[in-house]
Ligand binder design. Structure first.
Ligand SMILES: [Zn+2]
Length: 105
């Protein structure tokens, strides 16, 4: 398993990478929570810049990723979070929130 900071709280979610049996591997991304209205899921936007050689300009792009939000993390709208890739948890979820990035922007 990747070296991740363990959350202070515990939980009994089987899909939690810290207290359940979910293994996280692959990509590690940082983004901002834009929706926390689903049960144990959040929508994250990741902003990045893409270079277009034809115009010699960078364009700001963003992508949206649905991620699992275990109760011990409990990310809310507006939080900066780190997400890690895991097995597909549902049709749209194959990432899990592993850390809230407090104060680091
Ligand atoms: Zn947990």
């Amino acid at each position: 398993m990747m070296s991740l900071k363990r959350p202070r709280e515990g939980c009994d979610d089987p899909n939690c990478p810290f207290h359940g049996s979910l293994s996280v591997r692959g990509r590690l991304l940082e983004g901002t929570v834009v929706s926390d209205r689903m049960e144990k899921s959040v929508v994250i936007t990741i902003d990045y810049t893409k270079y277009y050689p034809k115009y010699e300009r960078y364009a700001r792009m963003s992508s949206r990723i649905t991620a699992h939000n275990p109760p011990c993390i409990g990310a809310h709208r507006g939080d900066r979070v780190r997400i890690a890739e895991c097995r597909p948890l549902s049709k749209t979820k194959s990432f899990c929130v592993v850390e809230k990035l407090e104060g680091e922007v």
